[in-house]
Design a binder for this molecule. Structure first.
Ligand code: CP
Length: 313
């Protein structure tokens, strides 16, 4: 495959290949010599039109650990403020010889526009587009589930149960996870207030529930979502207090989970809103591990897209 735009682009074999490649690369990168020569001579451009901490830094770390050259482009401080278009920005990147463009944009579909425009020859990786998709987040979440639930192969995820909880309506993480986890045979339940579950969510092929307390004891992992108040033009319903009371993961709720169940969050977290600090910092929380795994998974994605093994180096 040339691009990674949607979790739906990945067949089960594709997804399992990314996960097993990430595991191999992580064990290689854990050796004293942390840099691998696989992408020497290749250029990866991080094109971030929207803020990011984890995704931008981990793509940069991933590309550097594979010995690629990295160019970081942030919208702030660029000529976008002078009215430059996505097309002219893309042509500039092309002129600089980018082999892969990792793009985050507030507009859903921007990575697809870039990939199918003919403006660039490079591979395009969606690093989060609007409320649409965030496929590498879903891959790193699947990797974390796989490693943490103790399965020897990614196929061991078949039949596991995951709850994705909260502001599904605005969450590209929820959509990509729902797609990818189903591809891997995981049973997904989306949980949230009716106002924060998308109209037509039934077509996603997953279960839905408004009752977090009923779902928690049944799952192997609970994935909390950030409440994206910046995307709620019409106010916030239910109120923050009511939301936390019904859908926040606190110590009392955590005590109803099975012993092996893990707590996940893609970050950034709003502590006290969707998750309390004692839960976020508890032994069940794999939130920091998700960030670590993000580097290995993004190494695998870049390696597989750019054909690392065909590199003359
Ligand atoms: N999970 C995630 O995408 O975090 P950032 O917005 O910090 O990249």
């Amino acid at each position: 495959k040339r691009h990674l735009l949607s979790a739906a682009d990945l067949t089960r074999d594709d997804a399992e290949l990314v996960l097993t490649t990430a595991a191999e690369l992580r064990s290689l990168a854990d050796r004293p010599i942390k840099k691998l020569p696989a992408l020497r001579g290749r250029t990866v451009v991080n094109l971030f039109f929207e803020d990011s901490t984890r995704t931008r830094i981990s793509f940069e770390a991933a590309a550097k650990r594979l010995s690629a050259d990295v160019i970081n482009f942030a919208a702030k401080g660029s000529s976008l403020s002078k009215g430059e278009s996505l097309k002219d920005t893309a042509l500039t990147l092309e002129a600089m010889g980018a082999d892969a463009v990792v793009i985050r944009h507030s507009a859903s579909g921007a990575p697809h526009r870039l990939a199918h425009s003919g403006w660039v020859r490079s591979s395009v990786v969606n690093a989060g587009d609007g409320t649409h998709e965030h496929p590498t987040q879903a891959l790193l979440d699947a990797f974390t589930l796989w490693r943490h639930l103790g399965e020897s192969k990614p196929s061991g995820l078949e039949g596991r149960r995951v709850a994705i909880v909260g502001d599904v309506l605005h969450s590209r993480v929820a959509r990509s996870n729902a797609l990818l986890l189903q591809t891997l045979g995981v049973d997904v339940t989306l949980v949230g207030p009716p106002t924060l579950l998308p109209v037509g969510v039934e077509s996603w092929g997953v279960d839905t529930s408004y009752d977090l307390d009923a779902v928690l004891p049944k799952v192997d992992a609970v994935m909390m979502l950030r409440v994206q108040r910046e995307r709620m033009q019409g106010g916030f319903f239910p109120t923050p207090r009511e939301y936390s009371r019904r859908y926040g993961l606190d110590g009392r709720r955590m005590a109803t989970l099975q012993d092996h169940t893990i707590v996940m969050h893609p970050g950034p977290m709003v502590r006290g809103m969707e998750i309390t600090a004692d839960v976020a910092d508890s032994d069940r929380s794999v939130i920091v591990e998700q960030v670590t795994n993000g580097v290995a998974v993004r190494m695998a994605v870049l390696y597989l897209l750019l054909g690392g093994s065909e590199n003359p180096e």
